[in-house]
Design a protein around this ligand. Structure first.
Ligand SMILES: [Fe+2]
Length: 159
């Protein structure tokens, strides 16, 4: 993931993953949520993307993480784009927190979630976790951040 560019962001995919995982650990998250934060963009890795070439990265990532770590972490990975769309639709301050790239991709991802989509999403028992993960995702783009080492993050992710 190091040196794999992150679609115009200021950090590469490895730094982004480590920062997201570190924010999850700092929030006292359980292992499945740390794992999902760490791996939420794993569907952007070429060998994972290739498993579902027509699907958006969150779906390839969800399938991969479900196989690796189970349904809970997999659902969280698969929901990080819907969580963004739901947050845009429900929190008037949220859009201003997104990076320019993330604002641009919002349109490609379907724009703000519809009322029905938000309602269905919020009914899921992991919706609050998915929104926490999404906010860590949005913050994990800081070139000056000092994330935890990968060994410590894997310990926290694997319980
Ligand atoms: Fe991300």
């Amino acid at each position: 993931m190091a040196d794999l560019p992150y679609d115009g962001e200021d950090v590469d995919q490895l730094a982004h993953a480590l920062q997201a995982g570190t924010l999850a650990v700092a929030a006292g998250s359980r292992p499945a949520l740390v794992a999902a934060a760490l791996l939420h963009d794993v569907g952007r890795l070429p060998h994972v993307e290739a498993t579902l070439p027509q699907a958006p990265h969150e779906r390839a990532g969800a399938a991969y993480v479900t196989g690796l770590l189970g349904a809970e972490a997999g659902w969280l990975v698969g929901s990080h784009v819907l969580a963004k769309r739901a947050l845009v639709a429900t929190d008037p301050d949220y859009l201003a927190l997104l990076s320019p790239t993330s604002v641009r991709t919002l349109a490609e991802q379907g724009g703000p979630a519809s009322g029905g989509e938000v309602e269905r999403f919020l009914r899921h028992r992991l919706a609050a976790d998915a929104m926490d993960l999404r906010r860590w995702d949005d913050r994990a783009k800081n070139p000056a951040a000092r994330p935890l080492p990968i060994e410590q993050l894997l310990d926290a992710a694997l319980g």
